[in-house]
Design a protein around this ligand. Structure first.
Ligand code: SAH
Ligand code: SF4
Length: 371
């Protein structure tokens, strides 16, 4: 049996992709709505209030120092701070709860001003600090293996609610916002079904006057919405694309992913090729291994065939079980064999073996308890 070298990793942390997937959170709690004031924080820096260098000072407090209250902005005149505080708010969240796990990652549960809840995960790798963020409360796509899909759809997150997850996590970790160098949109929700707000937030991440991130370090994971992928290309967002394919053929895909009834694998891959044509960035193919559904060697061969010619990397994700899930994960050997078949066909593969998958589940349970 050939050895699959690329399947090993040396960290206890959950890997990006699948493991930073966050299960359904608690039902919404009553929180005082705070719609009186507009959010200031993630406004484009040149639209911030103030004149000349004051505007720049304010931008520095928000994007470089990560201030969460006007009171912290000590080099601004007290009277200006007070008038700013009367007109604007800085944070999107009524409550931020952190749940550290034994493997070093920290799950965050955010309560929004309308009482809805969403989640993010902080993943402090030795060489990079990553935050996995959500784009929606729940998800309308309803994939059968996904706890968020089971939860149903709450609402779209606004642009500020998306980006403020990064700022809130940085603050809680005692980091400046710009010390978070990697973001993955792999939390709750389907980012391309909330395109406008996600694109707005991504632009703030990349803006050199805001979070100044490299587009190579921002990954958007999608279930495969061709028009959204094409729009990303047309808008030159330039971020990395991860496609949650999970099956090489339409019939299998439709068993587990309802949106596969609307978009064929061929259509999705065509959009992905167009995206690659524009960005020249290697695409990640995510593939959650489900027992007896998508894990045969024939399916591995078929996957290799349909991905031929695409500059892609396959992430095989062991299923992260959750209570009431109608599917089961494939066994370790089966996953290993699937990986070997892909490797033999010349496809780069990583198996996301991770203790983090258990922790991901624990996070949802904690969130439920807190509710
Ligand atoms: N909606 C987007 C992004 C969020 S899901 C998408 O589907 O791509 C992030 C990744 O976690 C996706 O690849 C998704 O298929 C995977 N995932 C969801 N539930 C999972 C589970 N229970 N076990 C393993 N991976 C899961
Ligand atoms: Fe879950 Fe992503 Fe499917 Fe939504 S699109 S249900 S978040 S796997």
């Amino acid at each position: 049996m050939t050895k699959v070298k690329k399947t090993e990793f040396k960290t206890n942390l959950p890997q990006e992709g699948g493991a930073c997937y966050v299960p359904a959170s608690a039902p919404a709690t009553e929180v005082q709505p705070d719609n009186r004031k507009p959010i200031l924080l993630p406004a484009p820096p040149d639209e911030l209030p103030g004149q000349g260098y004051r505007k720049r000072q304010l931008a520095d407090w928000l994007y470089k120092q990560g201030a969460r209250e006007f009171g912290e902005m000590t080099n601004l005149p007290r009277s200006w701070r007070e008038s700013l505080a009367a007109e604007w708010r800085v944070s999107e969240f009524a409550q931020v709860q952190a749940f550290p796990s034994v493997d070093g990652s920290v799950k965050y549960l955010f309560t929004l001003h309308d009482g809805s809840r969403t989640e993010a995960v902080y993943l402090p790798y030795a060489d990079r600090k990553t935050v996995c963020i959500s784009s929606q409360v729940g998800c309308p796509a309803g994939c059968v293996f996904c706890a968020t899909g089971r939860m149903g759809f709450g609402r779209n997150l606004t642009g500020p609610e998306i980006i403020d997850q990064i700022l809130a996590v940085a603050r809680h970790q005692n980091l400046g916002p710009r010390e978070i160098r990697n973001v993955v949109l792999m939390g709750m929700g389907e980012p391309l079904l909330n395109y406008e707000n996600v694109a707005w937030a991504v632009r703030r991440m990349l803006d050199e006057n805001a979070l100044a991130m490299s587009p190579r370090r921002v990954t958007l994971s999608t279930v495969g919405i061709p028009r959204g992928i094409r729009r990303m290309a047309a808008d030159d967002l330039g971020v990395k694309l991860a496609l949650s394919l999970h099956a090489p053929d339409d019939a299998t895909r439709r068993r587990i992913i309802p949106t596969a009834h609307s978009y064929s694998v061929a259509e999705i891959l065509e959009a992905v090729r167009a995206y690659f044509g524009r960005t020249k960035r290697r695409v990640t193919i995510e593939y959650t291994m489900l027992r007896g559904i998508n894990d045969s060697e024939e399916q591995a061969g078929e996957l290799a065939r349909i991905l031929k010619g695409l500059v892609a990397h396959v992430n095989l994700i062991p299923f992260n079980p959750w209570e009431g899930a109608p599917v089961e994960g494939s066994g370790r050997k089966k996953i290993q064999r699937f990986a070997e078949t892909l490797e033999k066909a010349g496809l780069p593969v990583t198996v996301r073996w991770s203790r983090g998958v258990d922790v991901g589940a624990a996070c949802g349970q904690l969130a439920l308890k807190e509710g």
